[in-house]
Design a protein around this ligand. Structure first.
Ligand SMILES: CC(C)(COP(=O)(O)OP(=O)(O)OC[C@H]1O[C@@H](n2cnc3c(N)ncnc32)[C@H](O)[C@@H]1OP(=O)(O)O)[C@@H](O)C(=O)NCCC(=O)NCCS
Length: 176
């Protein structure tokens, strides 16, 4: 009889803090119609509007994972690969890539969808770091993340390099 492959689940424990949760528990998806009020004179959604939606979609995943208040500590990468036209749908998918002690990196992918053809395009990607705060507004530890899939593990690995870069930027800045 063929041997059954064991299901691999890695629990990554950064610290003392709440029960571990799988990445899928906090994953979020937001969909909106692009309206004329969101657009530039070319009829494409404004970059600032996309960034606002990215922050919200990412915050939902961070709130779900940590079950606490969160603040945006940094946004280290956003690109705009394809425009999204008025009348198209904008779809944002967010998930926690990695948790550290009190902070979490959330990845957001943005798609456009043409409602007439159903065609979807990948339009933006972003990485947003949130810090969980307690009732007094102090950073507090977030629950460990359970990695269940190869994709979860790839995102978790890649988040480490981005954290090194963003913290190097943070501590290089002179304090005024
Ligand atoms: C983010 C903030 C809470 C950090 O507070 P702090 O007193 O500097 O706290 P610490 O130095 O103890 O750092 C706490 C965590 O924030 C992380 N952090 C701080 N600045 C960061 C940055 N620029 N990028 C990524 N992570 C950052 C630290 O790495 C640490 O995470 P860890 O515990 O997982 O290692 C604080 O700077 C703040 O409140 N900023 C304003 C947030 C805000 O108003 N956002 C926009 C509106 S939501």
């Amino acid at each position: 009889m063929a041997k059954r492959k064991p299901r691999t689940v890695s629990v990554v424990r950064p610290a003392e803090s709440g029960a571990a949760k799988p990445v899928r528990y906090s994953r979020a998806e937001m969909t909106e119609v692009v309206l004329p009020n969101d657009a530039n004179p070319l009829g494409n959604i404004l970059g600032g509007r996309v960034m606002h939606l990215i922050d919200i979609a990412a915050a939902i995943a961070a709130h779900r994972h940590s079950n606490s208040y969160v603040v945006t500590a940094s946004v280290d990468y956003v690109d705009f690969r394809n425009p999204i036209k008025v009348g198209e749908l904008i779809i944002l998918k967010s998930s926690v890539n990695r948790v550290f002690r009190t902070s979490m990196e959330v990845g957001v992918k943005v798609f456009s969808e043409n409602v007439l053809t159903g065609e979807r395009k990948h339009c933006s990607s972003a990485y947003v770091t949130f810090v969980a705060l307690d009732a007094q507004g102090r950073p507090h530890p977030v629950p460990p993340l359970i990695l269940e899939t190869a994709e979860d593990r790839r995102r978790w690995r890649e988040a480490a390099a981005r954290r090194r870069i963003r913290l190097a930027h943070r501590y290089k800045r002179p304090h005024r």
